[in-house]
Design a protein around this ligand. Sequence first.
Ligand code: GRF
Length: 195
Amino acid sequence: KKVAILISGGGSNMVTLVDSMTGNHPARPCLVLSNNADAGGLTKAADRGIATAVVDHRPFGKDREAFEAELVKPILASGADIVCLAGFMRVLTAGFVSQFEGRMLNIHPSLLPKYKGLHTHARALEAGDARHGCTVHEVTPLLDDGPVLGQAEVPVLPGDTPDVLAARVLEQEHRLYPAVLERYAAGDRTPVLLA
Ligand code: GRF
């Protein structure tokens, strides 16, 4: 299976996914694509010999469809079977998502269905939650809403700030996403639940 990974920033999740696809893993990375030419992950991908591309969303203003019509081109050209969103910070329209129904994954830093959208760590702290974490799900037209493919939990500790909690969650993202991708690429959609 060929995997295209979409990023917007540092790409730490992309790096762990790429580094996990070795040996008898059923998938290999074929493209790292960003909406941000300055994304640090682009260099990390190039250092690993992976094809990269940039489609900057800014020239398209509010015309999401026009941006997505460009964004889809390198993905199709790469021959990707699976698309992984990994720290990709643009909302995708139903039209774009429908082209990848059943073969697009996303990682979200909360225990979905709690805290869809942004600022998930601050919201968990605000709510006084004792547990928090991250979720890998299949991407469907509704934001942060598709079938859950994996979750990993972390404790919320006294004195946690959003940044401290985010770092604890990110560590689990790096465990969860590779575990889910390996199972998913083998055609197994049984959820991965990491304690
Ligand atoms: C992080 O906040 C992570 O929780 C979320 O995307 C952001 C950047 O991740 N998934 P990455 O380092 O670019 O993978």
